[in-house]
Design a binder for this molecule. Structure first.
Ligand code: PMP
Length: 307
């Protein structure tokens, strides 16, 4: 990743990709106290557009607020940095990674002289779980790792350190031949994937876990709205593992994962064992929206060309 052409926004200016470096004593590198976002820009008829940019930036600032980190840039600057990262790298579609992190001014946990840095990188990234997965669905397993308890770390923050838990769960799933992990909360209720929210469908109703130890996903919010617009009832509630087993359909949502059908959980096929009709409908709607083919949702798109 580090050795490529292009530009990265760093602390207020565009720098050559290979020069966007930090010191080994970077505080966040040691302790994981930092905040980030995962955002996508999509090809549209009017050039690339960033999906729900303001919502992602708002969440970045909320994450920082939760951690007590003061971002030394305003939201507009972070928005413009993301637009510039797509535009100046000539990308037609992109994954964007804004992050704020502490510098190397001190090393102790109580260091109080740390500078907060900001960066935004953008690069081309296809379907996170593979093109085939979008149609056929993925196989997942319930993780032996529990999702963070609400008072161990705070999942409303998209904090760097939270992802140790995600990576342990994902590595375990991949090592055992599955595509993704499904994490349960400390009480044993279904929570989320390593980087996705989960939905299940039963008798035409959409269910998703309420937000305790799960991230308040922007794709989740989008799907809840698109479902409401399609007169599909949505219920946020505690979900048990066996409810997922007997669901008619299940799917993951995320900026990276988009809307990915789940065809199997713990070796039990879900519904017909392939992408179900509700999933397909919402997935199609989602792609229409992000690609600018849904006029009523144009407000969610920030066109990089400025139109
Ligand atoms: N949960 C976790 C743990 C995530 O990392 C993500 C990806 N940001 C999501 C859910 C989905 O969130 P979003 O739809 O905002 O990308």
């Amino acid at each position: 990743m580090a050795d490529r052409d292009g530009l990265i926004w760093m602390d207020g200016e565009m720098v050559p990709w290979r020069d966007a470096r930090v010191h080994v004593l970077t505080h966040t590198l040691h302790y994981g106290m930092g905040v980030f976002e995962g955002v996508r820009a999509y090809h549209t008829d009017k050039g690339p557009a960033i999906f729900r940019l303001q919502d992602h930036t708002d969440r970045l600032f909320q994450s920082a607020h939760i951690l007590g980190m003061k971002i030394p840039f305003d939201k507009d600057t972070i928005n413009q940095a993301q637009v510039a990262a797509v535009r100046d790298n000539n990308l037609d579609s992109a994954y964007l990674r804004p992050m704020c992190f502490y510098g190397s001014e001190g090393m102790g946990l109580r260091a109080d002289n740390l500078r907060v840095h900001g960066m935004v990188a953008a690069w081309e990234w296809g379907a996170y779980l593979g093109e085939e997965a979008m149609e056929k669905g993925i196989r997942i397993r319930v993780s032996s790792f529990t999702r963070h308890h609400v008072n161990i770390t705070m999942c409303r923050a998209k904090a760097n350190g939270n992802y140790i838990n995600s990576m342990l769960a994902l590595q375990e799933a991949l090592d055992n031949g599955y595509d993704e992990a499904l994490l349960l909360d400390a009480q044993g209720f279904v929570m989320e994937g390593s980087g996705e929210n989960i939905f299940i469908v039963r008798d035409g109703v959409l269910y998703t876990p309420d937000l305790t130890s799960a991230l308040d996903g922007i794709t989740r919010r989008t799907i809840i709205q698109l479902a409401a617009e399609a007169d599909i009832k949505v219920v946020e509630k505690r979900i048990t593992r066996d409810e997922v087993y007997i669901a008619d359909e299940a799917f993951f949502t995320g900026s990276a994962a988009e809307v990915t059908p789940i065809r199997e959980v713990d070796n039990r096929s879900i519904g017909s064992g392939s992408r179900g009709p509700v999933t397909e409908h919402l997935q199609k709607k989602y792609f229409d929206v992000v690609h600018g083919r849904s006029p009523v949702h144009h407000g969610w798109l920030t066109y990089v060309s400025g139109d």
